[in-house]
Design a protein around this ligand. Structure first.
Ligand code: FRU
Length: 487
């Protein structure tokens, strides 16, 4: 493999492993000035295989340093997804001297001719800021006699009940367990019958509180990823529920399905634990791929990446509470603006082309629309283009990646990604383009479309166009890598 092949599609702002396969983010936690990102990792091959927890740290959520592998398979199985918490009060007894990290993860035994798939929950702890780990000698700490899909524990400390709460993916439901010490777990309740999408297996839950932007009202959010399936043309995807949690039972306040993302490449995302109260953000990141094609995306030597970390907020949109997301503010310092756009009118006969030629780009457009359709073409190269179009006649945003570069490996690249919106003449778009990745945030994060592309270059230029009327960029910018950015 040549250096060129390794670098070809590799993004700068998004976490990738130096070598080989990566999937779900695991054990996201903030501790002593560092954000920790563990992840599903096969260090031996560039496809999914026996899972380990890889490990990286960052001081600002954007520049990551890859460290040694944190957890290796053992006699209980390979290491599937899970979470990490800080045991501030030594509830486990592992930390007589000072607080440390506890990882709660799934041990997985693959089905064979002799055994059915077996999944159990186990612990490991670290006294040196996650650099080395000791597996708990009493592993596993939680198993189930009959459930074979029993995985992805996400744990938090519930101040109200003074208990640890675990959300666990159990086939087509999420089960909740509680514990005083992370070792002994009691079943509390099971959520999910007759609500939400059941198109695929339920995976990677996350339960946390968010305050509404307008009223400061507090709601509990349950994120649930649903695996690939033959039903949807979206492949694997993430939904969420807005509701209440009383320390034991979660109830959803709606029957409609709410998607976290309208693109095909944001899966298995969860949020960071132990972000200090004075920061107060709920920071999330997802695995930027799709089980439909993750094993065959055309990268050499490494495969798949994380999304940009995003701040989650709760917004009342047309009478419904929606979880919205926006790139963390730390991203801003990696860019400098080269083009400012004010009240620029684009006529159908006169598209506006902006030269870019950089390895990553941040594009912001606040648009007043009088056209039937308007859009942005990302000219990665002359031959490779991706289009983001707003169709005002049908109130829909379409992301077209048919000609975006290498698309032959999956037919999921030959159909559009679609977001239906309400009738409007005002649309705000922010687009982060970073080699093989496009992340679109609409209306200050109200909607996200996250999508992979495999062009030869990031972006030579951008074209703004309109059809059947004019569109006006009231306010916008193009930003490129800051001169002092070290990525
Ligand atoms: C989600 C998932 C998890 C599992 C892990 C295995 O993408 O299937 O449910 O723990 O990946 O790698």
């Amino acid at each position: 493999m040549t250096k060129q092949e390794i670098l070809q599609y590799r993004p700068s702002l998004h976490f990738t492993t130096k070598k080989n396969w990566l999937n779900d983010p695991n054990g996201l936690v903030y501790f002593k000035g560092e954000y920790h990102l563990f992840y599903q990792h096969n260090p031996n091959e560039n496809i999914w295989g026996p899972m380990h927890w890889g490990h990286a740290v960052s001081k600002d959520l954007i520049a990551w340093e890859e460290l040694e592998i944190a957890l290796y398979p053992d006699e209980h199985g390979t290491i599937f997804s899970g979470s990490t918490v800080v045991d501030w009060n030594n509830t486990t007894g592992f930390f007589p001297d000072e607080p440390g990290l506890v990882a709660i993860f799934t041990h997985h035994q693959e089905a064979s001719a002799e055994i059915v798939q077996k999944q159990t929950q186990s612990l490991a702890y670290s006294k040196d800021n996650g650099r080395t780990w000791v597996k708990y000698e009493g592993n596993p700490v939680l198993s189930h006699a009959s459930k074979s899909d029993f995985r992805d524990p996400k744990v938090f400390y519930d101040e109200k009940t003074e208990k640890w709460i675990m959300s666990l993916a159990t086939s087509q439901t999420i089960s909740f367990y509680s514990s005083l010490n992370l070792i002994d777990w009691e079943f509390e309740s099971e959520f999910g019958d007759n609500v939400g999408s059941h198109d695929g297996v339920w995976e990677c839950p996350d339960l946390f509180k968010l305050k509404a932007e307008d009223t400061e009202e507090e709601k509990w959010i349950l994120i649930v990823s649903i695996g690939d399936n033959g039903i949807s043309n979206m492949g694997s995807r993430t939904q969420y529920f807005v509701g209440a949690f009383n320390g034991s039972v979660f109830t959803s306040e709606h029957d409609d399905i709410r998607w976290l993302d309208y693109g095909r490449d944001n899966y298995a995302g969860v949020s960071f634990s132990d972000i200090p109260e004075e920061d107060g953000r709920r920071i999330y990141l997802g695995w930027m791929s799709n089980w439909r094609y993750a094993n065959v995306v055309p990268t050499d030597g490494w495969r798949n990446q994380m999304t940009i970390p995003r701040e989650l907020r709760l917004r009342n949109i047309e009478g419904k509470y929606k979880v919205i997301q926006y790139p963390v503010e730390e991203l801003t310092s990696y860019f400098e603006r080269t083009v400012d756009i004010q009240n620029y009118e684009v006529e159908p006969s006169n598209p506006k082309r902006i030269e870019v030629n950089e390895r990553y780009v941040d594009l912001f457009l606040d648009i007043k629309n009088d056209a039937d359709q308007f859009g942005v073409t990302l000219n990665h190269t002359t031959a490779h283009t991706t289009t983001i179009e707003y169709d005002a006649l049908n109130h829909v945003i379409l992301l077209n990646r048919r000609n975006s570069g290498n698309v032959e490996f999956s037919d999921m690249f030959s159909t559009d990604q679609e977001l239906k919106m309400s009738e409007r003449n005002h649309v705000q778009l922010r687009v982060i383009i970073d080699k093989c990745s496009i992340e679109i945030f609409i209306d200050d994060g109200a909607y996200a479309i996250t999508s992979l592309v495999y062009p030869d270059e990031t972006c030579e230029s951008i074209t703004l166009y309109s059809k059947g009327g004019n569109m006006t960029v009231k306010n916008g910018y193009v930003a490129i890598p800051a001169k002092n950015a070290t990525l």
